[in-house]
Design a protein around this ligand. Structure first.
Ligand code: HEC
Length: 140
């Protein structure tokens, strides 16, 4: 087979696969359920920092970017938000129990690096990390 023809067929096959995976129903549930219980923030700064760096995955006020509609990225985003809300939800404060804030932020595991490269506004300075960690620990 001619090399050009082969490249053409590979591209067509790739486009067909890309089109077909868009039909998978998982990843399209972009609902933001009602906010039922918010924390009693210890300060407006803590709230602002959490909104900036955590709310997309840990609240019911997720901002769904356009690429969250395109598979396979949509699958990854859906999984992060579903799991994130399950572990810690600032919009359902009484029912979501995770309170182990110590070190996840300063260690750099939250917010996750792949989120930060897409959301530069979620980058926290060292001082902001310290402030957010202390603030969340003080928030009831
Ligand atoms: C890109 C989405 C995303 C963002 C943004 C995010 N998280 Fe998470 N977070 C997750 C996911 C997903 C899990 C569940 C991880 C697991 O189960 O392995 C999680 C788990 C946690 C946990 C549970 C402990 C742990 O390590 O499993 C804490 C606490 C937490 N996040 C705090 C935060 C804080 C505080 C912020 C903001 C500074 C934040 N997260 C930002 C997705 C996110």
């Amino acid at each position: 087979m001619q090399i050009k023809k082969m490249i053409f067929l590979i591209i067509v096959a790739g486009l067909v696969v890309f089109g077909l995976i868009q039909l998978v129903p998982y990843g399209r549930n972009h609902t933001n359920p009602p906010v039922t219980a918010e924390p009693a923030w210890d300060s407006p700064q803590t709230q602002a920092l959490a909104m900036r760096a955590c709310f997309d995955c840990h609240s019911n006020e997720t901002v769904w970017p356009w690429y969250s509609n395109v598979a396979p990225v949509s699958w990854l985003v859906q999984r992060d938000v579903d799991q994130g809300r399950r572990r810690l939800n600032f919009s359902q404060w009484n029912t979501s129990g995770e309170r182990e804030f110590s070190r996840v932020i300063s260690r750099g595991s939250m917010p996750p690096w792949f989120y930060v490269i897409q959301h530069p506004s979620a980058v926290l300075s060292a001082a902001e990390k310290t402030q957010l960690e202390a603030g969340l620990t003080a928030t009831k």
